[in-house]
Design a protein around this ligand. Sequence first.
Ligand code: SF4
Length: 471
Amino acid sequence: MTETKHNICTLCSMGCGLLIEVNDGFPLALEYEADCPVSEGALCAKGNYALELLNHPFRLGEPTKNGSVIGWDAAIAEVAQAPCSPKSALIVEGDLSDEEARSVMEFACACLQPENVAISFSTNDDKVVRALNNVPVPRASIDDLKSSVCTIAVNDPFSVGPVVARWVMRARNAARENTLNVIAASEGIISEFATVKLTGLVRASLLGLLKKLIEIKGDSAPEWARAAADDIAGLNVPEDEAGTARLAQEFLKAPSAAIVLSTSDPVEARLAAGCCLVAGAAKKLFLVNEYGNASGISQNAVALGSVRGILAKVARGEIDALIVLGADLVASYPKTDVEGALRKLRFLAAGAAFPNKTTALASVVLPTAIWLEKDGTFNGMPQRAVAPPTGAALPYGDILEMIERETDVKPAHVTATLEGPIELNGEFMAHLVSEATEPAVAPAIIPSPTRFADGSVTDHLSWPQALAAGM
Ligand code: SF4
C-alpha cells in the first residue's frame, strides 16, 4: 500500500516540512510540502537528499563484532561490559530527539558518571544555544523576518539554512527603503545584496555596532547598557566607522528589524543579542543552527561532560571503555589525535548510520536509525517515523534502554534544570565587553555523514565510485 508521510528536515534548525511517499514501508519518493509555513514547499540541497539517507546502499544494517555479523543480543552483551565503571564513557551525536536527549541524561545518571557522558556538537551549536538561553532577547519568527524593514545577517545564515534567504530577500525587496546588511569575516554571495557590509573580525564589528547604538541612544539607552558606556567608549574597536554609524541608524529607525545569526561563537551570539536589547522593542534575533534540534537537546540534557574532556581522559588512560553513538569523533576533531587516543581503549563500540573513521576502529559496530526512521520531538514538533529503520538499525534511545536492561540498571529519573534568565545589568555588559575583546577560537566544522547528505554522501561520491569498482 502506498501512503504519504509527513516529517520535517533536521539537517539545520529551519525545520522545513517534507513528505515521503512510502510503499509497504519502503520510501519511494520525496515530495515538497507546499503548505509548510517555513519553506512553502522549497527544500535546499541538504533536504533534497533526505531520501538518499534513507535508501543509501552504504547504510549499516547489522550489528557486527570484528567485522562479523552478530545479533543485537550478542552486541548488547558485549557493550554492556562497558557501563557502570568510573573508567567507562558514552558520547552521542547531537542529532537526537528531545526524548533521546532525556534517555542520555537518565543513562548518564544511572550507569555512568555524568562527566563521562557527552553529546557531540562539532559545530559548537550547543554552546551558542546555551549562551542565548538565559539572555532575555526577543526571538524573531518567520513572520517577523517577513516584515523586517532592516535585516542584519551575521556571517552567512543563507548557507546554513538556505530557505531563510527567501524571507530575508522578500522583506528586503518589499519596499525600496528596506535594507539587508551583512556582518561577516569576509565578503560572500550574501554581501552582493547588502546595503551596508561590515567586513573583518565579527566580534569587533558587533562590538562596534553595540557601541554606536549606545552612543546614539544616549540617555534613552537602557541603564544597564549605559553602565558600560565608558568601558566601550575607551575600546579601540577596529570598525568601519561610517558603515557602522549608518547601520546603527538604519537599525534604530526601523519599526521592525531582525538580526539573523549563524555562528559557532557564543560571544558573537551574546553581542548580537546585546545589539537587539539596546536598540529596543521590535528588534529581534533569529538563530540558524547547523544541528536541527540543538535547542531541544540543550534544554533536555544539561550538566553533562564534554567530548574534549572525555577524549583527554581517554588519551591519559583514565577511560578504558567507550561507547560512541552517531558521532564520528575521528573526523570531527581533525586537529586532535583522536585515533591515537581511541587505539588506547580496552573496548570501543561505535554506532552509526554509515561506516565512518570511528566505526573503523571499533570492535563492536552498531547500526543506528536516522531521524526519519524514529518517533520523537524535533524542533519542538512531535514527529512519527516515515519508514522502519534500515535493516536491524535502532534509534539511540532503544540502544541505551537495551544496555540498561542488560546491566539491570534502573533508569534514573532526571529533571533537567536550566539556568533562569540573567539580570541585565552593568555586570552583564562588562562581562560581554571583556569576552568580546578576547580573540575568538573557531572550532573545526566538520560535516558528519549522518547529518549532511550533501557533504558526505554526494561531495565525495564514494558510493558510485565503489559500485563502479564492484565493491
Ligand atoms: S537543511 Fe535546513 S533549509 Fe535545508 S531543507 Fe533542511 S531544514 Fe530546510
